[in-house]
Design a binder for this molecule. Structure first.
Ligand SMILES: Cc1ncc(C[n+]2csc(CCOP(=O)(O)OP(=O)(O)O)c2C)c(N)n1
Length: 571
């Protein structure tokens, strides 16, 4: 080997380090061996996962909780296609991950050779960008571009497909990997005229609400939101992914709006005269019927991605820019109005329509989640899976800090919660990490228990075990005459024994009276992951509920006596 040359794979690891990468999540295979070989020769940490989907959700949880891109390294063909659910999950929620895929030799591409799959081609609808590298000399620049694209503007996943001959080739050791991307422009500051227009609308509104979404979390706009709320006395509702950006203990916090939002958030939205979306995209869990969404209210939309403006809900004023920067300049133009009567009404709604659940009878999921929230005092990083437990976590796990509530919002990917907790715990070694999962979704990425045990991560897996695919059962109960079809999880394992088999600790709780004691013991156990198998009421439903496709004014506070029509929305 010429002294001044190194393999492109070695260069790649060097560039990852320069990008600040601390660890890589993945699983090897033939076409990725040169990359794993370069890893072995470096001091980069590898987290060996049991499945590539798990690796992708780990990188995602790492990124959501830290703000730094997560990195995945897998092999070609099935290794690469196994990442696609995780890539779609990251895309739907604007999460920066870089997925490096081994690939067949460039000379074999298109010949249906062993484990050849056109992953860059098949990924285009679900990535921010995909690269297929054919020239080893371009690899360093492409890797730098991948990080730049993933983590600037509206973040998102980037796939880099790396043929084996490319990663094995020798390249100049001095290659720095510079690049220019003239077509890729990120607008940070908002248009000043639009900012002034928005400020005037907010200043004169009598019943305004701020709706804070993931864009506000990503831009780190928490302080700016708090400053505006306190100056203007405006209540705040946070989307599922906006949880924690504005403290939920604040008296002007309304919690989550929409399908399973708080009654007081939905009622206040139906009354407001101005709704300001800060990095929230009016998604169909909130604006079930976008064409007549809150017709009484003027709407302002602040978003870094111009594509989101007027995509579903038509707005009166839009500002394209980074939330933190836009709110910073907006603050200076705001003149305090009078929202006293509005705040009085908000207080009354919060008092009269609190979140509630039955305390008597069998153990309730809400009780277990609420107690875990109480014991961790808003300081835990919480990940969720998808289903009823996710919505109860959104309702009852109070979040005080930004990047402390991680959930698959847009994609609703079952199997996300537990591996995301592994990524979050690795990025935040000193924090308590709680994964709230259902017995259905947990079993989709369960083998990652080995990964968590190997890494000795003290994750608390709070398993809300109702022995059903609960959220689907709820819909069949409410809208399909309780004809249960394909939802009974008969055949579940004994999760405490299962924990033992993986070398992790298992706890079980069946009675309300034992909840505090068992959760306390789990929180005190820090030698590795533990499963808390909470055997909860099987037939509980999540309320409030706005049937999919309906307006917020159609919210149900409990199961009505009359037969319900099938929901109009798609999901
Ligand atoms: C990968 C995937 N498959 C199917 C679904 C559809 N789905 C949404 S919620 C749900 C039930 C989840 O059951 P469980 O994990 O036990 O949680 P629970 O609702 O009981 O709390 C299903 C099947 C999904 N969101 N993701």
């Amino acid at each position: 080997m010429n002294k001044k040359q190194c393999t492109a794979a070695t260069k790649l690891i060097e560039i990852l380090k320069k990008q600040g990468v601390e660890c890589i999540f993945g699983l090897p295979g033939g076409s990725a061996i040169p990359l794993y070989d370069a890893l072995a020769l470096s001091d980069m940490k590898l987290v060996l996962t049991r499945h590539e989907q798990g690796a992708t959700h780990m990188a995602d949880g790492y990124a959501r909780s830290s703000g730094k891109p997560g990195v995945v390294l897998v092999t070609s063909g099935p290794g690469a296609t196994n990442t696609l659910t995780g890539v779609m999950t990251a895309m739907m929620d604007s999460v920066p991950i870089v997925v490096l895929c081994g690939q067949q030799l460039t000379s074999n591409l298109g010949l249906d050779t062993f484990q050849e799959a056109d992953v860059s081609g098949m990924s285009y609808p679900i990535v921010k960008h995909s690269f297929l590298v054919k020239d080893p000399n371009e690899l360093p620049s492409v890797i730098n571009q991948a990080f730049h694209i993933a983590n600037t503007g509206r973040p998102g996943p980037v796939i880099v497909d790396l043929p084996k001959d490319v990663t094995s080739a020798l390249i100049d050791e001095d290659t720095t990997g510079e690049f220019t991307l003239p077509g890729y422009v990120v607008r940070k500051e908002g248009n000043l005229d639009s900012i002034k227009e928005a400020a005037a609308m907010i200043s004169k509104a009598e019943k305004p609400i701020l709706m804070v979404g993931h864009g506000a979390v990503i831009s780190g706009a928490g302080q700016e939101i708090k400053a505006i709320v306190e100056k203007m006395q405006i209540p705040v509702t946070n989307t599922l992914l906006g949880k924690g950006c504005f403290p939920e203990s604040h008296e002007l916090n309304l919690g989550m709006p929409g399908m399973h939002g708080t009654a007081y958030a939905n009622m206040a939205l139906c009354e407001c005269d101005l709704l300001v979306s800060i990095g929230a995209r009016w998604d169909d869990r909130i604006a079930g019927s976008p064409s007549d969404f809150l017709p009484q209210a003027k709407k302002i939309h602040i978003d870094i991605d111009p594509v989101e403006i007027n995509k579903t809900v038509q707005v009166d004023c839009s500002i394209i820019g980074d939330a933190k920067s836009v709110l910073n300049s907006l603050y200076g133009y705001l003149e305090k109005g009078n929202t006293q009567r509005w705040i009085k009404l908000i207080r009354r709604l919060k008092r009269e329509y609190p979140l509630k659940y039955k305390k008597e009878g069998k153990l309730r999921a809400q009780h277990v989640i609420e107690e875990m929230s109480r014991l961790t005092k808003g300081e835990a990083i919480v990940t969720t899976d998808v289903g009823q437990h996710q919505m109860w976590a959104a309702q009852f796990f109070k979040t005080e800090h930004t990047r402390h509530f991680l959930s698959s919002g847009g994609a609703g990917t079952m199997g996300f919660g537990f591996p995301a907790a592994i990524g979050a715990q690795l990025a935040n070694p000193g924090r308590i990490v709680v994964a709230v999962v259902g017995d259905g979704g947990f079993q989709m990425t369960l083998p990652e228990l080995s990964t968590a045990v190997n890494e000795k991560l003290p994750i608390k897996i709070l398993l809300i075990n109702n022995r059903y695919l609960g959220m689907v059962r709820q819909w069949q109960h409410m809208f399909y005459d309780n004809r249960l079809s394909g939802v009974d999880l008969e055949g579940n394992p004994d999760f405490v024994k299962l924990a033992g088999a993986y070398g992790c600790k298992g706890f079980r709780v069946k009675r309300s009276a034992d909840v505090r004691k068992v959760l306390g013991a789990a929180l005190a156990y820090n030698d590795g992951p533990c499963i808390i198998d909470a055997e909860v009421e099987k037939y509980d439903n999540v309320f409030p509920m706005v049937p999919s496709g309906a307006g917020l004014d159609k919210m149900l506070l409990s199961m009505p006596r009359n037969k319900l029509e099938k929901p109009k929305g798609g999901t």
